[in-house]
Design a protein around this ligand. Structure first.
Ligand code: PXP
Length: 242
């Protein structure tokens, strides 16, 4: 069964909207794990707009499944990652003004920096993934710079406005999965996935993990976090079996 990593950044977004101590992402992580998620994902952004350093420190001590830190290849954050020791890091591009991670990482442009960072993570026993667009070149560069995995950006598939566009984007992801496997990489996918568009992605052979945040936290407001995670797990399970 495909693993589900749940991104809990937006629990912290609600907390930060009031500068309060609640809702607490640590409590959220515990509920998400009890609901059957396979991993907890957080993005420590340079501007600390949602997740804070303290959240990461405590999560490192409390998460029992797998802690996946999304991060920019930024010197300060690299040192924090090495100090904290998450189970894995997912390297993402980061622009201060963006609402969310808008595109995949340019692995070619930052090749040397990413290769060095990956070596340092490996020395610390941390698994490394690159968040990239489903493009053959990006997959090849990810492999060559030493990454263990690629996470394919599903944003364009999710945002497609016509059936034809959606079909084209889906095909790009399908080929991306094949390409990643060909290079011996672990392949995961994420961004923009929700209860209505997840099944076709979850049914692609070879995808090992999906990382989903906003749609799950949004649904949790109405049905509770545990049910929101269980519903997503069930959809992913159905896709695999049918
Ligand atoms: N994967 C990566 C690498 C991301 O940057 C994000 C967004 O933080 C997600 C998955 C989750 O995206 P969404 O919140 O749209 O489900």
């Amino acid at each position: 069964m495909i693993r589900l990593g749940v991104n809990i950044d937006h629990v912290a977004t609600v907390r930060q909207a009031r500068g309060e101590t609640y809702p607490d992402p640590i409590a959220a992580a515990a509920i998400v794990e009890m609901a059957g998620a396979d991993g907890i994902v957080v993005h420590l952004r340079e501007d600390r707009r949602h997740i804070h350093d303290r959240d990461l420190e405590i999560l490192r001590k409390t998460v029992k499944s797998k802690l996946n830190l999304e991060m920019a290849a930024n010197d300060e954050i690299i040192e924090i990652a090495l100090k904290t020791g998450p189970d894995m890091v997912t390297v993402v591009p980061e622009r201060r003004q963006e609402v969310t991670t808008e595109g995949g990482l340019d692995v070619e442009a930052y090749y040397e920096k990413l290769a060095l960072m990956t070596r340092r993570m490996h020395e610390r026993g941390i698994f490394v993934s690159m968040f990239i667009d489903p493009e053959p070149k990006a997959i090849e560069f990810s492999k060559k710079l030493g990454s263990d995995a690629v996470e394919l950006h599903t944003g364009r598939y999710c945002n497609a406005t016509t059936p034809q566009e959606r079909e084209e984007e889906y095909e790009r992801i399908r080929l991306g999965v094949e390409e990643g496997l060909k290079w011996g990489l672990q392949v995961s996918a994420g961004h923009g996935l929700n209860y209505f568009n997840v099944k076709p992605i979850a049914s692609l052979p070879g995808i090992e993990e999906l990382n989903i945040g906003h749609s799950i936290i949004a649904r949790a407001i109405f049905v509770g976090l545990e049910k929101a995670v269980r519903d997503m797990k069930a959809l992913i399970g159905e896709a695999k079996s049918g």
